[in-house]
Design a protein around this ligand. Structure first.
Ligand SMILES: NC(=O)c1ccc[n+]([C@@H]2O[C@H](COP(=O)([O-])OP(=O)(O)OC[C@H]3O[C@@H](n4cnc5c(N)ncnc54)[C@H](OP(=O)(O)O)[C@@H]3O)[C@@H](O)[C@H]2O)c1
Length: 330
């Protein structure tokens, strides 16, 4: 099959389209024909081996995992003997990478992975819209619910409201009844409003430091403020989930200062990562099925254009999700 492969860490030019062996499903796995794969910042972190400390786990000098892509949607074409939840022909969406199953390879024609990592696709959505959901949707979910314990009357600030994680954060927060303020640049103000934000702050005109209001919950998908600044924006007892990677220096500051300042202020400020559970992904898929949640796919590419897709995402200004459609060019 054709797949995107990286033999070394580096810029998007390290990615090449190659012929590799077709995967074989193990007893608990489904084999899917991939139709679409969403690109996430985690893909460029793996591509570049950055921040450097991740190389201790994923390969010091070159990547141990040589295939690329985590978020997939496709059709089940074969299954292992223990698979119970899926039949041949089912349309599915899921993640190839989890704490238990550290694998990638969504930028390929086929992938085999445990059925536990997939759910059925909601009816009436495209493969691109389905692939766009898992990592970004689960990150938003984890920040708002597991970490943030969002309440219906909360005032919620979403920094980076127009990106992959942001579009889902705004909608999920709004669906709980919270009052949402989104932060994005001028070109995305109307989009963020259309997703349900009552107020939108254009960061090219107003810095969050200038705000007089404060919030019960902040979801920061950019990582460009200090822990002290986040604490200043929170109401007493408020919470701030730092999701965005604002560079190594900012990351270090967030890691070192969050526990100390949380203790001192009584506010909960912490770094939040996405976590996979099938239950949470099923919840998100159900929200989509009920038309309460939608993917915004602003740009699609084809498999041989994966480097371009990665360059686009690496600008840090993609709108909604960037998706690679697999098979469209064959
Ligand atoms: N820890 C985890 O598990 C996890 C999981 C997923 C993502 N992340 C991290 O979360 C971040 C967001 O991910 P993503 O998938 O949403 O990325 P993305 O799709 O690239 O979106 C980034 C968004 O940030 C906005 N932005 C850029 N500069 C901004 C600023 N100064 N103020 C406010 N917004 C700004 C951009 O909007 P404009 O175009 O309007 O500037 C863009 O829409 C990344 O840093 C990623 O590494 C972490």
């Amino acid at each position: 099959m054709q797949a995107i492969v990286q033999k070394s860490y580096g810029p998007p030019s390290v990615l090449s389209l190659q012929e590799i062996e077709n995967p074989e499903p193990k007893p608990d796995e489904i084999l899917i024909q991939i139709k679409a794969t969403a690109i996430n910042p985690l893909d460029w972190h793996f591509m570049r081996g950055a921040p450097y400390f991740m190389r201790f786990q994923f390969g010091l000098f070159r990547p141990k995992i040589k295939t690329v892509g985590a978020d997939v949607a496709g059709i089940v074409i074969s299954k292992g003997s223990q698979v119970k939840q899926f039949e041949i022909g089912d349309k599915v969406m899921g993640i190839l990478f989890s704490k238990q199953h550290m694998s990638l390879g969504g930028l390929a024609e086929y992938a085999a992975a445990p059925e536990a990592l997939f759910v059925h696709m909601p009816a009436e959505i495209s493969f691109a819209e389905a692939a766009a959901l898992p990592v970004a949707g689960l990150t938003a979910y984890h920040g708002l619910f597991s970490f943030g314990d969002i309440q219906p009357d909360d005032e919620v600030l979403v920094n980076g409201a127009s990106g992959g994680v942001g579009i889902f954060t705004v909608q999920l927060a709004k669906n709980t009844g919270a009052r949402v303020t989104g932060v994005c640049s001028t070109k995305n103000v109307e989009l963020v409003r259309s997703l349900g934000a009552e107020e939108v702050i254009d960061y090219t005109k107003t810095s969050l430091d200038q705000l007089e209001q404060s919030f019960d919950l902040i979801i920061d998908n950019v990582g460009n403020y200090s822990v002290k600044q986040y604490a200043g924006l929170l109401k007493p007892g408020g919470k701030c989930a730092i999701i965005g990677y604002g560079g190594f220096k900012k990351l270090l500051g967030h890691m070192l200062q969050s526990p100390r300042l949380s203790k001192k202020t009584g506010k909960k400020i912490g770094m939040v990562s996405w976590e996979y559970t099938k239950k949470d992904l099923a919840y998100l898929a159900d929200q989509m099925e009920q038309n309460k949640l939608r993917s915004i796919v602003s740009k699609t590419y084809i498999l041989p254009e994966t480097s371009k897709a990665m360059e686009h995402l690496e600008t840090g200004h993609a709108v909604g999700k960037v998706v690679v459609e697999i098979g469209r060019y064959t």
